[in-house]
Design a protein around this ligand. Structure first.
Ligand code: SF4
Length: 471
């Protein structure tokens, strides 16, 4: 058990307050390791940091590894001497400890003399995130206690090496609110509880919470229940999936963010999960067409790009045909998108009414962005997206399923679909793409393509199930 707070405490707090609690009071032997892709990004971040500081005239405090008290003393020594740039200094005050990437000397009054230090963080990120602002604010608070002067600004260096200045005065009220929340959680004045949501998959406490949620049939296992509603449900005495099956929808509308339609839907969703039955709730109208297209995109948000457009062409009387439009390098994104659009434009010339099925909103969002980036295409954005049919929407408008989530994977798995590579996932595919870029080993790209083809096939299976199922 540890009561000290570090910058990473704010990362946990923003992700899920319960994870901050478990970080301090949970059994560390039950934590799972970082996922492969998270580890890859962490290593990439370190590599970028080393590249950025290489050639800079910095001094790093010298102290025995792990001895943070010695590190803090060595850092104060460097600060007192007026070292212009300190790399990985240790800032310690009471139960708070932080290791900013850089401490940059600035002119101005402080306990040190006619200078003080400002924190600078190096991030392999394309924009400043809320966590970065809390992190530099935390370092500024520690600096205030050490040098008697809170810096007014801090800097975040981004992946393209631009430097973003953070106005710490503006950030302070939110930082103080979050700091108070974090302290209250860690010293038990603020109670947290698990609340299962999509982000649990990337949490080190996933196995712990998942088991506990199943054991107590926690209400947050109900699909589409927003985790922010859990405290209000608890107040109404609704703790389990079964409790929700008997809840009065009218009472649920007292909860902020739940309207009468979604209240009814939540109760039916809980019933469906509790009984394992499919509940028809509406009509599903899908067009008849001699040719149908199934479309799925793979993107890498950390590179701000989409690297693969997968298209499954299903033509009556013919074997389904899968085509992959790949960007071998990030700079080929436009060419891959253009090839995909050209293929679809050819098909639509012959079959102007062909539906293009996709699952959920990602394809629509990304295609909109790609048209903004590469507008010169053989068909317009509206002509293409006018053919889009989101099967996620169609499915949910027609049925309530006994599933804990309506993502492509849980729904298709519930229908019996098996991904050929058991490691398949969106993050795994991103990792494969990054490893392909790093190593040039084609197998990584092939793994991504196989995964994408399976996504298209899973989408097709859902479409066929909707058609065959009586509503
Ligand atoms: S697994 Fe989910 S509920 Fe549990 S701590 Fe992590 S994010 Fe929170």
């Amino acid at each position: 058990m540890s009561l000290s707070l570090s910058a990473s405490s704010f990362r946990s707090l923003l992700h899920c307050p319960h994870s901050l609690f478990l970080d301090h009071h949970g059994d560390p032997t039950l934590k799972t390791d970082l996922g492969e892709f998270e580890q890859y990004l962490l290593d990439e971040g370190k590599r970028f940091e080393h590249e950025f500081i290489a050639g800079k005239d910095y001094v790093q405090p010298d102290y025995p590894e792990g001895d943070l008290d010695a590190g803090a003393a060595a850092t104060i020594q460097l600060m007192t001497e007026g070292t212009p740039l300190i790399y990985q200094g240790v800032l310690k005050a009471g139960l708070f400890v932080g290791v900013p990437d850089l401490l940059v000397k600035k002119g101005g009054e402080s306990l040190l003399g006619s200078w003080f230090y400002e924190p600078q963080e190096i991030k392999i990120s394309r924009s400043v995130k809320p966590f970065h602002i809390l992190q530099v604010s935390f370092y500024a608070m520690l600096l205030d206690q050490i040098q008697g002067h809170r810096p007014e600004t801090a800097t975040v260096v981004l992946a393209d090496e631009t430097e973003e200045s953070i106005d710490l005065d503006a950030a302070w009220p939110e930082f103080e609110r979050r700091l108070a929340e974090a302290i209250a959680i860690v010293d038990h004045r603020l109670t947290t509880d698990l609340a299962i949501f999509s982000g649990c998959g990337e949490c080190a406490w996933h196995d712990v919470c998942s088991k506990e949620a199943k054991d107590r049939n926690d209400v947050t296992l109900v699909a589409d229940l927003r985790r922010a509603t859990k405290p209000a449900l608890t107040e109404l005495g609704i703790l389990t999936v079964d409790d929700l099956t008997t809840a009065d929808p009218e009472r649920l509308t007292e909860i902020r963010g739940i309207g009468s339609e979604s209240a009814k839907r939540l109760v039916v969703q809980a019933e469906s999960q509790a009984t394992g039955t499919v509940v028809p709730v509406g009509e599903a109208r899908l067009p008849e067409s001699p040719i149908e297209l199934f479309y799925d995109i793979e993107g890498e948000p950390n590179l701000d790009m989409d690297y693969l457009h997968g298209l499954l062409i299903v033509e009556r009387g013919k074997e389904p045909r899968y085509l992959a439009f790949l960007a071998d390098r990030p700079e080929d994104e436009g060419q891959a998108f253009g090839s995909f659009i050209t293929e679809v434009a050819e098909i639509l010339k012959q079959h102007p009414d062909a539906p293009i099925y996709h699952y959920h909103s990602y394809e629509r969002t990304r295609v909109t962005r790609l048209f903004e980036r590469y507008p010169d295409q053989p068909i317009t954005r509206d002509a293409l997206m006018g053919r889009f049919i989101d099967l996620h929407r169609v499915l949910k408008d027609a049925f309530v399923l006994p599933v804990e989530g309506y993502g492509l994977k849980p729904v298709s798995r519930w229908l019996g679909f098996k991904y050929r590579n058991p490691k398949s996932s969106a993050t795994q595919s991103m990792l494969w793409y990054r490893l392909w870029l790093d190593t040039g080993e084609r197998q990584y790209l092939d793994d991504s393509v196989l995964y994408n083809e399976d996504d298209c096939l899973a989408t097709k299976l859902i479409k066929e199930w909707i058609e065959c199922r009586p509503h």
